[in-house]
Design a protein around this ligand. Structure first.
Ligand SMILES: Nc1nc2c(c(=O)[nH]1)N[C@H]1C(S)=C(S)[C@@H](COP(=O)(O)O)O[C@H]1N2
Ligand SMILES: [Mo]
Length: 419
């Protein structure tokens, strides 16, 4: 059964209250340090800017294993953004070699033979339980077509369209990909491990390096999930588009949380704490919450679902010949439900036309769309695409400002030059 978003919201409010009262246990970071970090996050340019933006880049490159040809990727610190133009002509699934990479440190190489997934914590009936790669693969498998998208995707447009400075990696719209993920159900693994009714939070943690930011060692990447979501539709994926997970995307096993922000999809999974107590990590306290004058005092609830976006499969600033018909193509997606309608404007937003959808609207994925356009005048103009999802929500003109630039959902003005 899909989780009711209002239930997620209640969960978040409760956790936040418990945290404020000092009742939630911070998983692996001193409460004193976390409070420092939260205070820093509430300021526009806190020391954690470097976490959101990735840690220091090694001289040789971003610590990514796969080739990053410049026609497919824009390198941003330790990360690689997919150029949307590189998706033109690809199918609904993003090929693994063009899928964006968001690494807090660097891609580790992990041998599946020696790998073990350890499940432990106060929320289990017995002691820790370990799963080998083969055992995980022997459990019933589920395949799902789902996007993984960074919460900061589109962040660059807060500055370029709204004149607001935000911290973090200045992604345009390419911090998203859709893949066919295959894996075991997290719920099956938790049940085999003896999860109890009193379990509250589940904390998957990666095997990549510790993240150091603002002089504080935040430990390894980890972000709590409510047990209700963990038992609902979360996958422990070992395949991406029909092949074993590539190193950069979490080999041998990663978490895939449908509809939620990318940070919940922990790569290079090593262990999962199951706790009777509420858990906190930097990734749901200082990071991945909304701070700013238009946000709740002290910051909003930890982010869960992704928002609504559209992108053209065209370079920003592309040059197009006048009087020549071009098929404009793009994709739209939403974490709240399938995209039902996409409207496109080729004159900066004065007139709108309905785009043709090429995929059946499906939750957790995107729809491809197209509209032919014959430019009649030379000069600069802007292309706009505006999606509406099954909840009836349409992309707004401006996105709600927050200091870390998350959840940009406004219609993007895509500059082109007609010559
Ligand atoms: N262990 C680990 N998991 C991680 C990360 C990371 O740095 N380390 N980055 C997260 C973030 S912020 C995002 S957006 C997604 C990106 O997944 P991808 O690199 O496969 O595209 O992975 C998430 N899982
Ligand atoms: Mo992310």
């Amino acid at each position: 059964m899909p989780l009711d978003p209002t239930a997620e919201h209640r969960y978040d409010r409760t956790r936040l209250r418990q945290w404020a009262l000092g009742r939630a246990r911070s998983a692996g970071v001193e409460r004193r340090d976390l409070l420092k970090l939260i205070a820093a996050g509430a300021a526009a340019a806190g020391p954690l800017a470097s976490v959101a933006g990735g840690t220091a880049v090694a001289a040789e490159g971003p610590g990514i294993v796969k080739p990053l040809p410049p026609q497919w990727f824009t390198i941003r610190g330790t990360n690689a953004e997919t150029n949307f133009a590189a998706l033109r002509g690809t199918g609904q699934l993003t090929p693994a070699d063009r899928f964006f990479v968001r690494n807090h440190t660097a891609t580790p190489r992990i041998d599946p033979d020696g790998w073990r997934l350890k499940i432990w914590g106060s929320g289990l009936a017995g002691g820790p339980v370990e799963f080998s790669y083969d055992r995980l693969r022997s459990l019933p498998s589920v395949g799902r077509t789902l996007f993984i998208e960074c919460a900061g995707n589109g962040r660059a447009f807060y500055a370029t369209q709204q004149g607001r400075q935000v911290t973090g990696t200045p992604w345009t719209l390419g911090a998203i990909g859709v893949a066919r993920w295959r894996g075991a159900r997290l719920s099956d693994v938790l049940r085999l491990a003896g999860v109890t009714r009193r379990a509250l939070d589940v904390l998957p943690r990666g095997l990549d390096g510790e993240v150091v930011a603002g002089g504080v060692n935040l430990g390894r990447v980890r972000r709590p999930l409510p047990v209700s979501k963990a038992l609902d539709d979360v996958l422990l994926a070992y395949e991406m588009n029909g092949a074993p997970l590539p190193p950069d995307h979490g080999a041998p096993v990663r978490v895939v949380v449908p509809d939620w922000i990318g940070i919940s999809c922990v790569k290079w999974l090593g262990d999962i704490e199951v706790s009777e107590e509420p858990l906190y990590s930097p990734w749901n306290t200082d990071l991945y919450r909304l701070f700013g004058p238009d946000q709740p005092a002290g910051g909003g609830a930890p982010l869960t679902r992704q928002t609504l976006k559209s992108a053209f499969e065209l370079d920003l600033g592309a040059t197009l010949p006048v009087h020549r018909t071009r098929l404009l193509t793009g994709r739209s997606w939403s974490g709240a439900g399938p995209v039902r309608q996409v409207d496109v404007s080729t004159d900066g937003g004065a007139r709108w036309q309905r785009a043709r959808l090429h995929d059946a609207p499906r939750p957790g994925s995107w729809v491809r769309w197209s509209l032919p356009w014959t430019p009649r005048a030379t000069g600069p103009t802007a292309l706009l695409a505006r999606a509406t999802d099954a909840t009836g929500r349409t992309q707004p003109e401006t996105a709600a400002y927050n200091t870390q630039g998350y959840l940009f959902d406004a219609v993007v003005r895509h500059p082109v030059l007609v010559v």
